[in-house]
Ligand binder design. Sequence first.
Ligand code: ATP
Ligand code: PRP
Ligand code: MG
Length: 299
Amino acid sequence: MSESTRLRIAIQKSGRLSKESQKLLKSCGVKFNVNEQRLIAHSDNMPIDLLRVRDDDIPGLVMDGVVDLGIIGENVLEEEQIERQSLGKPAECIKLRELDFGACRLSLAVPNEFSYQDASSLEGLRIATSYPNLLRRYMQEKGINYRDCMLKGSVEVAPRAGLSDGICDLVSTGATLEANGLYETEVIYRSMACIIQSTQSQPDDKQALINKILSRINGVVRAKESKYILLHAPTETLDQIVALLPGAENPTVLPLNDDTNRVAIHAVSTEDLFWDTMEQLTQLGASSILVMPIEKMMG
Ligand SMILES: Nc1ncnc2c1ncn2[C@@H]1O[C@H](COP(=O)(O)OP(=O)(O)OP(=O)(O)O)[C@@H](O)[C@H]1O
Ligand SMILES: O=P(O)(O)OC[C@H]1O[C@H](OP(=O)(O)OP(=O)(O)O)[C@H](O)[C@@H]1O
Ligand SMILES: [Mg+2]
């Protein structure tokens, strides 16, 4: 691949998605070193360049075809999409898949002393947000009039500072709301990180590389969600034991040396094996139970 056809992937420079985005690409075999001062990181084993930017810029860079792929929160993607649609700017991209990080929700919240019944309690009031488009869509659906207070950060301090009556901001644990004397009243959008592709048609070799990265991401995410389970089981409770293993299809059953009453089971479980299931397994006579992480999966 020539320099101009190197695959360009935009990721957040620093913030909530930045480390996970880098980790994901590294676990897909993309080698690169990030220099905190530099906007671009070149991979030295694949024709890939990483563009490290503010997360707000990522959807636009992909929609304008400036970069080929982007890793972004669905909240920012959707916000930018609505904004661009209203301005008649290109707003298309392909969401390749959701990722397994960046889980958060965009919620309405009000001060603890606010008596809230439903969204109509906000009629005519001022709401501070960094997501004016998602907020407007929700409030229009509910038929509620409100006033905007657009803030790029520190949204949670707006009511106490007298700037607004309520807020519409991202929540994960709820600790920031609590610390600011606010409580969550409505979830208006649930979000995960996702990987998006530009709709521009790609040369075959570049599209093949995108497909390869995506297939590796699928393998990495599936592996993280799965566990490799080894255990010894009495033959008489074998069926019950296999039935308890979450999502395990056709486990391998192997004989044990000098023991015809017990077998070894090897299984890949598509879910984590919880302590209570482990306890049920031991009650059925299972022993030597090992639950191990899986690094990669394919096929
Ligand atoms: N508390 C949270 N827990 C999990 N994910 C979150 C949380 N807050 C935000 N996110 C997700 O991470 C994305 C980036 O959040 P971050 O706070 O780093 O953004 P930012 O301050 O706008 O960064 P930038 O400087 O790149 O503009 C959010 O758009 C959202 O998708
Ligand atoms: O419900 P919580 O777990 O408290 O998380 C919510 C907070 O996380 C995000 O901010 P972040 O900490 O990323 O900082 P930022 O304001 O600089 O974006 C978001 O904007 C909230 O303020
Ligand atoms: Mg941002």
